[in-house]
Ligand binder design. Structure first.
Ligand code: ADE
Ligand code: ZN
Length: 335
């Protein structure tokens, strides 16, 4: 089996995917036309050409501009169904989707419009593709904790449809400590908790996410490598890291994929997973992230299997749901 087929055959969970970041320019333009929304770009080609980022903020500015095309429940459904079709082709058996309600409610889109469309797609993905999924509400960290509390109030009537919360957007200057009360409340409500930390921000933000937010996974976390005591802790506690290699290169966290520290983290005993983050902006879905990383870092098939296993183990599913995926993974040869 060639490497591409092998990567596709690995049953895997995607744990770090911003659904708004899967908005391909073609769909963005189709929605903008359908909804009579003006975009800052002239064409699909001009949009793609603008995807040349120097850091996280330079990407976020475009990502929030693109999200303006999403207005109706059907738009959120179409967006998520397009993602699920790509995920299925990449061997994803389970996906935990991040969504950013504040990006939409700030534009006057109702919270329920967003959630209804995404949830309908999750239901349809199970029926059509056999993919299981969960929704994780992300708070935008450049906004205030009070704004986060107001968003949580809107989410509370729908907690049967929201599995967890996360923290994303501009990292530097917005440490996890800013959201300690909000995350405490979310935990009291029985929600799973994760947070972006150590993408651009310092290792101290990862420590804060663990100690103050009490997160169960760290999104990105690659800068943990700068703090040996933290690495030791992450290994000891087997805290999963949802690493997004192509994203890290596009946002200049690493100069090239060959310089990415994913293998170093894996070799240290960390529970590393591979994910796509914002695949429409960063040049590849999860399969491409696996493949390009495997080639650049010369990962063995046993290592790829380990990474897929980590994703299944780190997902917020029951043992009953996880067992058949693990059995399929175990049955896959390492050559
Ligand atoms: N929102 C979407 N993608 C993100 C990323 N990589 N980091 C922080 N916030 C994000
Ligand atoms: Zn992310």
């Amino acid at each position: 089996m060639d490497l591409e087929s092998y990567v596709r055959a690995l049953p895997k969970a995607e744990l770090h995917l911003h659904i708004e970041g899967s908005l391909e320019p073609e769909l963005m333009f189709a929605l903008a036309q359908r909804n009579h929304v003006a975009l800052p770009w002239r064409s699909v080609e001009a949009t793609r050409a603008a995807y040349d980022f120097s850091n996280l903020q330079s990407f976020l500015d475009l990502y929030y501009a693109g999200a303006a095309a999403l207005i109706h429940e059907q738009d959120f459904y179409d967006l998520a169904m397009a993602y699920f079709a790509r995920a299925r082709a990449d061997g994803v058996v389970h996906a935990e989707l991040f969504f950013d309600p504040q990006t939409h409610t700030a534009r006057g889109i109702a919270f329920d419009t967003v959630l209804d469309g995404l949830e309908r797609a999750c239901d349809e993905a199970r029926v059509q593709y056999g993919i299981s999924s969960r929704l994780i509400l992300c708070f935008l960290r450049h906004l205030s904790e009070d704004d986060g509390f107001a968003t949580l109030d809107q989410a509370v009537p729908h907690l049967n449809r929201i599995h967890g919360v996360g923290l994303d957007s501009s990292e530097n200057g917005h440490p996890p400590s800013k959201f300690a009360r909000l995350f405490g409340r979310c935990r009291e409500l029985g929600l799973h908790v994760v947070a972006h930390a150590g993408e651009e921000g310092p290792p101290a933000y990862i420590v804060e996410a663990l100690d103050l937010l009490k997160v169960e996974r760290i999104d990105h976390g690659v800068r943990a490598a700068e703090d040996p005591a933290l690495v030791e802790r992450l290994v000891r506690e087997q805290i999963p890291l949802t690493v997004c290699p192509l994203s890290n290169v596009k946002l200049c966290v690493f100069r090239t994929l060959g310089e990415h520290n994913l293998k170093q983290l894996l070799d240290a005993g960390l529970k590393v997973t591979i994910n796509s983050d914002d695949p429409a902006y960063f040049g590849g879905y999860i399969g491409q992230n696996f493949l390009a990383t495997a080639e650049a870092l010369k990962l063995s098939r046993a290592e790829l299997k380990r990474i897929a296993r980590n994703s299944l183990e780190a997902s917020f599913v029951t043992e009953v749901e996880r067992a058949p995926w693990l059995a399929r993974l175990d049955a896959l040869p390492e050559n």
